[in-house]
Structure formats: C-alpha cells, structure tokens
Ligand binder design. Structure first.
Ligand code: SF4
Ligand code: FES
Length: 254
C-alpha cells in the first residue's frame, strides 16, 4: 500500500513523499506513520499521545478528511467505503495532488491552522477561540454542603457535548473557519452551549450572550461537517442552532 505524506521544506514550501508499506489488518494510520519513521525516515514529524482516541492530539487530514490517526484503520480507507461525506471547503479545493484513493492513503496536516512541520500544526488559534468562551464551570450560587445528584436526563444532555476531546477536527473541516479567521468555530461554541444548559449554572442567558457577536453563533452556516468528522459524535451544529433559536426568542421577549 502506498502512503503519500505531506512534508514541509525550508522556506515555507512543501512536497509529498511516497512510502510503500504492507500494513497488517488492523493497522492504524498512526501505526503506519510509526513504521515509516522507523523504516524510512526518522525525521517525519507528527503528534500523538494516548494512541487510544482520548487525547485528541493525533488529528490530521487523512484522505482529505480530518480524523484521528490512532483511530483510522488503513485497510478501511482503500476499500472505497468512505463513510464520511463533507461539504466542500476551501482548504481542500485548493490543494491539487495526483492521488488515487483506491490504492493510496493521503496524509496531510489539518487545514485552517498554520503548519509547524510535516503533519504538526500550531493549535494556538484553536485554543484561543476555545478560551474566549470561558470554558469553566460557574456555579449558580454558593456550593451546596451535600452532593446534589443530577437527573439522568440532565447528565445525558450534557454528555453529548462534554465528550469533546478538543482534537480540532471540526475546526479543520468547517468551511466557515476556512474563510473567516475570526469565527469561534464548532468546538468552542459547543462547549459554550454545554455550560448554558448545565442546570447547576445560572441559566440566565449570559453564556448565550458571550457569543452573541457576528463571529460567534451567527457566523455558522450549518454545513454540518463538524458533526460528520467528530470522533466523539459531538453535534456542534445542533448546539449552535438551538442557541440561535433561544437568543432570537429571548430578544423577542425583552
Ligand atoms: S467537537 Fe468533536 S471534532 Fe470538534 S474538537 Fe471536539 S471532539 Fe474534536
Ligand atoms: S493519540 Fe490520542 S487521540 Fe490519537
């Protein structure tokens, strides 16, 4: 199997290196990158930590779709059974490479973030957007003396969003993030919505107001790529839609 891997060069240029591997069944793209490093080129740079789809650090563009390298099996990629279909986004349209998806695996850094080296991107902008939401729990009043269990339904409503591992795949797949550097992006907005619906917080709309700006909730165009690529099935588009609806209602009432 042939791997086409994005490599940076000095002066801001890049090239694609080709590596031939015979991956065993079950090998992941991350495993293939380790083998490339060991057998062909130890200078190949990529990021990882947990190797178990938990830390979110190994997200990269694999066959033109942002995904976790540690969770993506190489044989599934070339079988032509691509389960993810995305609305087109600029960073993908602009890249021209002679690549045959039926026999080759294409590995590139995530779009919409600056490349540091090879497959490693600078996540600073993603986390700056995330921090704009003040993503820490703010209790509505004084902390109770005793444990106050939440209803199962309330826990489930939050869990949809707390599952996020901050991998940035949604940010990389979002057509709006590709066009508008100021857009907060799906992960940040999903997290903000998670605090808005937390029954232990004030629920006074202040969380919604935080992103009630042109580059917050209102910049989303509902392409849905964020939900389609999310390895944890978080639906930021759903959160954003609900937030917009609630904001409109609150404004009508006031
Ligand atoms: S919402 Fe999903 S795709 Fe986006 S950062 Fe979180 S885990 Fe990754
Ligand atoms: S290495 Fe942690 S999510 Fe892939």
């Amino acid at each position: 199997m042939r791997f086409r891997v994005y490599r940076t060069e000095t002066g801001g240029d890049h090239r694609y290196d080709t590596f031939e591997l015979d991956p065993p069944s079950g090998m992941t793209v991350l495993g293939a990158l380790f083998e490339i490093q060991e057998r062909y080129d130890e200078s190949l740079a990529f990021r990882y930590s947990c190797r178990g789809a938990v830390c979110g650090t190994c997200a990269m563009l694999i066959n033109r779709i942002p995904r976790l390298a540690c969770r993506t099996q190489v044989h599934a990629l070339v079988k032509g059974e691509e389960p993810i279909h995305l609305d087109s986004f600029l960073a993908i349209e602009q890249k021209e490479i002679d690549w045959d998806p039926s026999t080759e695996v294409l590995v590139e850094p995530m779009p919409h973030l600056p490349v540091i080296r090879d497959l490693v991107v600078d996540m600073d902008h993603f986390f700056t957007c995330y921090r704009q939401t003040d993503p820490v729990f703010r209790a509505a009043g004084p902390l109770p003396e005793e444990e106050q269990p939440m209803a199962q339904k309330e826990v489930e409503a939050l869990e949809i969003y707390t599952a996020c591992i901050l991998c940035g795949a949604c940010f990389a797949a979002c057509p709006v993030n590709g066009q508008n550097l100021r857009y907060w992006g799906p992960a940040a907005l999903a997290k903000l919505y998670r605090f808005h619906i937390d029954p232990r917080e004030a629920g006074d709309g202040s969380r919604l107001a935080t992103a009630d700006v042109p580059d917050g909730w209102w910049a989303c165009e509902f392409h849905g790529n964020c939900h389609r690529v999310c390895p944890k099935y978080v639906p930021p588009n759903v959160a954003i839609g609900k937030a917009e609806r609630e904001l409109r209602e609150r404004k009508k009432e006031s």
